[in-house]
Ligand binder design. Structure first.
Ligand code: MN
Length: 252
């Protein structure tokens, strides 16, 4: 049977990044697009349970959903593609990086997480912004990675969080397997006043890559011009914390 790939994102079905992803994957398999009908960035791993969802087939195999990225992947795998599950889910290309501690906010990564939960290999692909948005570079990078995942699979419960520097293809330093790093923000909350004089607050900090692990962290390697591939999983347990916490004494 033909290779089937489910495409989603969090920037919405009309975003430049999803169009670049679709054209970059041409010929690799049969693509089904299920994506939010509007931007859903920073929606995290949220699932819509309090209202019905609508699916609009805008052209054959191209579906817009009035929900979150997680809704899209859930409906894509459990409903739209129920006759044959996809071999791979790819979420992106996100407009902006998804690095370090930002991962749990990310709708792009959440869509890939949902696929992992449903047992399907998944890639989240994001493009750093340094003034240009080289979507063609990210599309070419994800095609190479997708071919490897389709050929070799992924370890169980693992998805790939991929971040691409904002560079032309010939300026890339290469591909690197990385770990999730740390990011720091400056000027995180901006206070301003509305026309009636009431204060309002906008979460809009400058993001600074932290130099916590220049050899191995996602942010450091992207800053050095590498395509960063971080294997991540859903187990949030901090194993190093188990032993000290087991020293606690309880009353029963
Ligand atoms: Mn986004």
């Amino acid at each position: 049977m033909a290779t089937k790939i489910l495409i989603s994102n969090d920037d919405g079905i009309n975003a430049r990044g999803i169009k670049a992803l679709i054209s970059g994957l041409a010929g690799i398999g049969e693509l089904t697009v299920v994506a939010p009908d509007r931007e859903q960035s920073a929606s995290g791993h949220s699932l819509t349970l309090q209202r019905p969802l609508r699916i609009e087939e805008r052209s054959p195999g191209y579906y817009a959903v009035d929900g979150t990225p997680t809704d899209c992947v859930f409906l894509g795998i459990n409903h739209i593609m129920r006759a044959q599950a996809p071999d791979l889910v790819i979420s992106g290309i996100n407009r902006g990086g998804n690095l370090g501690d930002d991962l749990t906010y990310s709708g792009t990564v959440a869509a890939a997480f949902e696929a992992t939960l449903l047992g399907i290999p998944a890639i989240a692909i994001s493009l750093e912004y340094k003034g240009e948005f080289h979507f063609a570079t990210a599309a070419r990078a994800v095609r190479e990675i997708a071919e490897k995942v389709l050929a070799s699979g992924l370890p169980a419960d693992t998805l790939l969080n991929v971040n691409v520097p904002d560079l032309s293809w010939d300026k890339l330093s290469g591909f690197r397997i990385t770990r999730q790093g740390k990011r720091t923000y400056s000027d995180v909350v901006r206070e301003n006043h509305d026309p009636r004089g009431r204060p309002y607050y906008w979460i809009a900090g400058e993001v600074m890559p932290a130099d916590d692990d220049p050899e191995g962290s996602d942010a450091a390697l992207v800053a050095a011009g590498f395509v960063s591939i971080t294997p991540i999983h859903l187990d949030l347990t901090n194993y190093k914390a188990i032993a000290p916490l087991r020293q606690w004494e309880w009353s029963i």
